[in-house]
Design a protein around this ligand. Structure first.
Ligand code: PHE
Ligand code: ZN
Length: 877
């Protein structure tokens, strides 16, 4: 294994020695030999006389200072560093010419080609692949970009900011366009797009009456699939005005959809670039979930204009300053557009499925990390999703008004700054008078806190005592932790379902319905409680913790029926299911047959039949924990086959108890008008398809027939795919011809074929691994495209627990081989795939040994990228 470079540490932060006030870029685009002339207006901040600019795989073609070419002994240039000795101690102009090859750029960082166009990706450290620069987020510059290209190849020329001069270059077949962005920004927000693309155009009038031209660009022929994204954009712009008082600031806002993209999307100033998966949607190719994702990601990138762009990060350790906050904002937007309760359940599911395992494994890190080797590996669920939870807790603690006052102060005080988490928290402390010292531990302590709760009712004294104890597990580099401030939203439910009143409370600060747990253990005493309550704790998932409470099955069932907090109704049903599932898995491992908890069946039945509940909510309740959820709950010595068997058995038990009622709901919801992607309609489909999935799991002829019929006759992708998924998840033979039909029908639509690849990879059957290997050579697969890779290999590793974690280690070996191969071309995507191994230590010994062998093989491979080296090293540590 090669030695890693020295890490970066938050404690080592030092401001840059130079400012770059203006960046004037001139691109002469060419598929294999693009020339970039960068004119940098540089101003020394102190007395430094040596200027070091970073590069990455760059070729220097020219260098001059204040108009005079630099002598060979005045500088040194390597592909990754340009050192200029003896620069003046006053402002000067440095002109750098570099030559780059966009066609050879398979890392998809810097300038590359996708969708037949030139495009860029600069966050976090891609700008240094375009020119030598102080490529760090605390260097803010005003950019002017001139792009020149063959007009036939690239009629469209886009960059950040507002459009300026443009025209033809006579006699050359080439043309140019100039863009100017008046808002100082860090280099990671730079972007350029040039190509021949289709467009949808619209406009938006801001709250102060300014008209903004909007456009979304995509591959020709796909324009109609951009209309929903355009609508989501306009709704996002309006929402940020009403919810946060934030107005858009440029004359134009452009979005470009490209098909090769390492991540979801990118918030470049005035020129967002998207993975086309998060732009394109129509009823025939996108599911309801896709529509919701498009809406959320469009909003997320738009909201970055204030939280990320106008106020950016001082350094990459502060990444959550923009990401956690912006995820919080997009979650709030979607909650306002759809059902708040259902959105919350979906977000918590994602948090528990993606962030909890990270926090509980070798890759655990604080929301604000303090050390990293490779920053691109820190775009994690912890920074994003847990980061959003931390902002949400702030809102819970301060109340909506206090939170809004803090946000207003933050926007006013830090507009134009590269800020830190301390700056952010100081605004809330100042605006509300709240001491956030203990709260700030949420940013520095990794690990998911466990909160154990115990209640005791004293009927004689009409007194209820609730003891809450927190503990935070050790994580890499953090063996001991301090108690945190945990806001526990609560209610004491009385026998008729109403929250009980109490006369007084002591033992903790309690504001309204929030208990502030601040010590390792606290007993909260409620006086004047008339009858024994059922405690409803952590309502709305008020803190990202694991709550352990030894509630009886009876109390949980009561909560499912009566809790006025919909999140906790869902949570209580999940808890009941999880108990059955965990017991079932150990029963299987011991060769016994577990039994379904009768209270669970009652709970599911009650929700299924309750027509006052939103269909989308009922669908969420019917979806019992996944195999990965169960494995995480078991935590150690996991046998994925036993887990899968337990889950399958419980689903069969549910169908055998609720069969006729499931069928009744399915039939009642069957008659449907024409497709509309709105939340209400989507909820009906979600419920109907959740029911179908359960019924098909039983393998009954009628259910399978219904699925096949739905697959063949559905007029929208949601229903078609749900039927196909049900056949695949139950590994039924009927899936084979349906999968074939599906592929034939969408053979020219890569985004739809991604769904097909994922379903192929998720079939819980031993032959799946060979099928996945064969698909690597299928014409519909391309290892150069991150979406295809994530659909097939990522889908296999994350959605097919029993087959990825095969006892013979073949699943691990396959993914390891693929990662090693991909690492040579696209290290970021390779490293992200490798994260699938993060829970290897919780497996039973045979699998654990097989996983470790695969990881060690990766670690000892020659020429690993820094990205993959970082993940494999931490995963094995
Ligand atoms: N900043 C992007 C977002 O969250 C994510 C991203 C990171 C995209 C790095 C590309 C590269 O909105
Ligand atoms: Zn973001």
């Amino acid at each position: 294994m090669k030695a890693a470079e020295a890490p970066f540490r938050l404690a080592d932060y030092a401001p840059p020695a130079f400012d770059i006030t203006h960046v004037d870029l001139d691109f002469r685009l060419d598929r294999t030999e693009t020339r970039v002339l960068a004119r940098l207006s540089i101003r020394p901040r102190g007395t430094a006389t040596v200027l070091e600019l970073v590069g990455d795989e760059l070729v220097l073609a020219g260098l001059s200072l204040d108009g005079a070419p630099l002598a060979a002994d005045a500088f040194t240039a390597t592909p990754s560093l340009l050192t200029v000795r003896a620069v003046p101690d006053r402002p000067f102009l440095l002109e750098i010419e570099t030559v780059i090859d966009p066609s050879a750029n398979t890392k998809l960082m810097g300038l590359y080609r996708s969708t037949g166009a030139y495009c860029t990706q600069c966050e976090a450290e891609g700008f240094r692949r375009i020119t030598y620069f102080l490529d760090r987020p605390d260097v803010l510059s005003v950019y002017t970009t001139r792009i020149e290209a063959l007009k036939s190849e690239a009629p469209l020329l886009l960059a950040n900011g507002n459009p300026g001069a443009h025209g033809d270059i006579p006699g050359s077949g080439r043309h140019f366009a100039v863009w100017h962005d008046p808002f100082p920004k860090p280099s990671y927000l730079f972007a350029l797009v040039a190509g021949d693309l289709g467009a949808v155009k619209d406009s938006f009038t801001t709250m102060s009456g300014r008209k903004v031209d909007l456009a979304i660009y995509c591959e020709h022929g796909k324009e109609a699939r951009c209309l929903y994204a355009m609508d989501a954009l306009k709704r996002s712009m309006r929402w940020d005005e009403t919810a946060f008082g934030r107005e858009y600031d440029l004359d134009v806002f452009n979005i470009v959809a490209v098909s090769d993209f390492n991540m979801g999307a990118m918030e470049n100033k005035g020129l967002n670039i998207f993975n086309d998966k998060y732009v394109l949607a129509d009823p025939n190719t996108a599911t309801d979930v896709d529509y919701a994702n498009v809406e959320g990601v469009i909003a997320h990138e738009y909201f970055h204009n204030w939280t990320g762009n106008r106020i950016t990060c001082r350094d990459w350790f502060q990444l959550c300053l923009k990401e956690g906050l912006t995820v919080f904002r997009d979650q709030e937007f979607s909650s306002d557009m759809r059902s708040r309760a259902v959105k919350r359940i979906a977000d918590v599911r994602t948090l528990q499925a993606r962030q909890f395992p990270e926090d509980g494994g070798p890759l655990a890190h604080p929301v604000r990390p303090e050390i990293y080797h490779e920053i691109s590996n820190f775009y994690t669920p912890t920074v994003y999703e847990k980061g959003a939870e931390v902002v949400r807790m702030l809102q819970t603690i301060l109340g909506e008004d206090g939170f809004r006052r803090g946000m207003d102060l933050y926007f006013n005080r830090h507009d134009g700054d590269a800020a830190t988490i301390e700056d952010f928290l100081a605004c809330f402390a100042e605006a509300t008078g709240e001491d956030l010292t203990q709260f700030s531990l949420w940013y520095s302590q990794a690990g998911t806190p466990q909160v154990a709760a115990r209640g005791e009712f004293d009927a004689r004294h009409r007194r209820y005592r609730l003891t809450l104890a927190q503990s935070i597990p050790a994580t890499p580099g953090q063996p001991v932790k301090r108690p945190m401030q945990i806001p526990v939203r609560f209610g004491l439910i009385g026998p008729n379902g109403e929250d009980l009143d109490f006369a007084s409370v002591s033992g903790a600060r309690v504001d309204g319905d929030v208990i502030h747990l601040t010590a390792a253990s606290q007993t909260v005493t409620f006086e004047g409680v008339s009858t024994r309550p059922v405690p409803s704790l952590l309502r709305g998932f008020s803190a990202p913790v694991r709550l352990a409470i030894d509630a009886s099955a009876e109390d949980l069932l009561f909560q499912v029926r009566a809790d006025r907090d919909p999140f906790n109704r869902w949570q209580a049903a999940q808890t009941l299911a999880m108990r059955s599932l965990v017991a079932g898995a150990s029963a299987t491992a011991e060769g016994r047959n577990g039994a379904a908890e009768p209270a669970l069946i009652d709970a599911l039945g009650a929700v299924l039949d309750d027509e006052k509940l939103e269909p989308a909510f009922r669908a969420q309740v019917l979806q019992i924990p996944s195999e990965a959820d169960i494995a995480r709950e078991i935590g150690e010595n996991v046998d994925p086959d036993a887990v899968a068997a337990s889950r399958k058995r419980l689903r069969l038990a549910i169908v055998s108890s609720l069969g006729p009622r499931l069928l009744a709901v399915h039939t009642a919801l069957g008659a449907e008008q024409s497709y509309s992607p709105d939340a209400g309609n989507a909820g009906v489909r979600a419920l109907r398809n959740a029911v179908l999935d359960l019924m098909v799991a039983s393998g009954s002829r009628a259910a399978v027939g219904a699925a096949v019929w739905q697959f063949e006759t559905a007029d929208n992708m949601t229903d078609r795919l749900a039927a196909l998924a049900a056949l695949c998840h139950a590994a039924l033979p009927e899936r084979l011809s349906a999968l074939h039909t599906f592929h034939e029908a969408y053979r020219s639509d890569p985004l739809v074929l991604d769904k097909w690849l994922t379903l192929e990879a998720s079939v819980p059957a031993p032959e799946t691994l060979d099928r996945v290997k064969a698909l690597l050579a299928h014409p519909s697969f391309a290892a150069s495209n991150p979406n295809r890779v994530r659909a097939l290999v990522g889908g296999f590793a994350s959605l097919n627990q029993a087959q990825f974690n095969r006892a013979d280690g073949a699943g691990y070996d396959f993914v390891a081989d693929f990662v090693l191969d991909l690492d040579r071309r696209n290290p970021q995507t390779a490293a992200r795939l490798l994260v699938a191994f993060r829970s290897w230590r919780s497996m039973e010994p045979v699998r654990r040994a097989a996983a470790e062998a695969a990881l060690r093989r990766i670690a000892s491979a020659p020429k690993l990228s820094p990205d993959t080296l970082d993940i494999v090293t931490r995963t094995l540590a």
